[in-house]
Design a protein around this ligand. Structure first.
Ligand code: UDX
Length: 479
């Protein structure tokens, strides 16, 4: 639909998108927004006020109106901080529910519908973690409601089936296994250590919240995933028996899929300002020579591990680009090995936030040392970069299992008994990945998976077909 069609009032689908207010959830929701825009949708993208301001500040060189007014960024008040005695999981999710709960979204829809004539809101797409109570709002306004699970299906599946696992006695009622065993929790999943179950970082509270989320999802008709069928076929077949699932990933900007990585036209809603200078530095490096190290927007290494990693990177004698977020250290000098910054000046580049997609698509990148956040994984696969896995929490252990054991596109870094990844472990893994025959096989597997990932979003590919089915579903008349 052209802007002139909009002016003369031809009716258009208008979706409200509600991400969980975290970087790893805002990014894929924005990619979904762009995909919907390319199919004629008008988008209202809802951020909490703090994040909205951070996005404006971090992206002030890039106009938020690059979307040609098809994506309207709106903000709602941040949730009130609940009682300090509560755990961080309870606090965070309570804040989310205060900020993005049904009464807030209802009010937002009423305001939009009063103002915008023909472009009334026709559907809501909420993150699985922001969908609480929204089925009542959708019903009230006679609009469709879908949820978006931004991580891999297998992670969702283990949460979804956890009440059943409790009733079968496979999981205790509080979700915290008493002994550490590796087992197949679901027949469709690879074996997983019980210490790596995705809710354990938030303990019992997180488990209870996940079960609440599952109950909520059961009231909602459609679930979309930032994955592609060929990535997790068995578990997707299992989930489709339960609900209408649409694997539509990888959700990556077509600017990158089309190979034109220098003309990024679409807004990347970074909460931190990317240091684009690292791209100039990358230009000076040899092809496939650079180790890219990043742990996403949340994970943080402790001081001892930071120092050990700095020694390890130096010991590889290879160029590296390392993202060290400013919130993860008190002062640079005190967390790196003594004299580190002076010694690596010729072959190391340290930034506080990188333009990650541009980095991963750069020919100089040889491998990605990653915490295995799902966006990083999908981005690495779509850019064909093999990974060294350093999972930290939540879905990341499961993601790492898929990378190493199922798709065989990366290697695991193993910690010692004190939980430290030692320099020898790191340098050996780098050599295995970049020099040994093992690495050649991994790169070959990555080439294959990369091709599948790119083909799946092309016309006729499984994700492209699923996206069309999803569009049909959410644009059908709702009574
Ligand atoms: C969180 C969880 O930790 C993760 O396990 C879950 O799968 C998604 O939500 P996060 O830890 O931030 O995400 O990691 P990730 O999923 O990789 O998302 C980070 C995003 O920030 C990516 O899109 C990445 O491209 C971007 N990023 C990261 C940058 O743009 N620059 C950086 O320097 C680092």
């Amino acid at each position: 639909m052209s802007p002139s069609d909009r002016k003369i009032g031809i009716s258009q689908s208008h979706a409200i998108l509600i991400p969980l207010p975290l970087q790893g959830h805002i990014n894929p929701m924005m990619q979904l927004a762009w995909k919907l825009v390319s199919h004629g949708f008008l988008i209202t993208f809802v951020n909490t006020e703090t994040n909205h301001q951070r996005i404006i500040k971090a992206n002030k060189d890039q106009s938020l109106h690059d979307s040609g007014d098809m994506i309207r960024m709106v903000s709602v008040a941040d949730g009130l901080a609940p009682d300090d005695s509560q755990s961080f999981v309870v606090k965070f999710f309570a804040e989310v529910e205060n900020a993005l709960g049904p009464s807030v979204i209802d009010k937002l829809i009423r305001n939009i519908n009063e103002k915008e004539g023909d472009q009334k809101v026709s559907c809501i797409v909420a993150d699985v973690w922001t969908c609480f109570g929204l089925h009542t709002v959708a019903k009230l306004h006679h609009i469709s409601l879908a949820v978006f699970n931004t991580s891999l299906v297998s992670n969702f599946a283990i949460l979804y089936f956890s009440p059943k696992l409790v009733s079968l006695g496979i999981l205790p009622s509080d979700g915290i296994p008493k002994e550490d065993k590796t087992k197949k929790y679901l027949s469709s999943l690879p074996p997983l250590k019980s210490a790596h179950l995705p809710w354990l970082y938030g303990g019992e509270d997180m488990f209870r919240h996940a079960i609440r989320m599952v109950k909520e999802i059961n009231k909602i008709e459609w679930v979309i995933f930032n994955t592609f069928y060929e990535q997790e076929p068995v578990v997707l077949d299992e989930m489709s028996k339960e609900m209408s699932v649409f694997p539509i990933g990888p959700l990556i900007s077509p600017d990158f899929l089309d190979g034109d990585r220098n003309t990024e036209r679409r807004l990347v809603p970074s909460l931190l300002k990317p240091e684009a200078e690292c791209l100039e530095w990358l230009e000076k490096q040899a092809e496939q020579s650079v180790i890219y190290v990043s742990f996403g927007s949340y994970a943080a290494l402790n001081k001892l591990q930071m120092e050990e990693l700095s020694v390890a990177l130096e010991a590889t004698h290879r160029p590296f680009l390392w993202v060290v977020r400013s919130d993860t250290m008190d002062s640079c000098q005190s967390v790196f090995s003594p004299g580190f910054l002076e010694r690596i000046i010729d072959r190391g580049c340290i930034v506080s936030w990188a333009p990650q997609l541009r980095v991963l698509s750069h020919p100089a990148i040889a491998c990605f040392v990653t915490h295995c956040g799902w966006n990083s994984v999908q981005e690495s696969i779509t850019m064909g970069v093999p990974m060294l896995c350093w999972p930290y929490f939540a879905d990341q252990f499961l993601n790492s299992t898929y990378i190493v054991d199922v798709w065989k596109v990366g290697l695991a870094l193993n910690a010692n008994n004190n939980g430290l990844i030692e320099r020898e472990e790191f340098t050996k893994a780098i050599e295995r990945l970049l020099v040994a025959e093992e690495g050649t096989a991994i790169r070959e597997e990555m080439r294959k998976l990369n091709k599948i990932a790119r083909d799946t979003v092309k016309e006729g590919g499984s994700s492209s077909n699923n996206f069309k089915l999803f569009l049909n579903a959410i644009t059908k008349r709702v009574n």
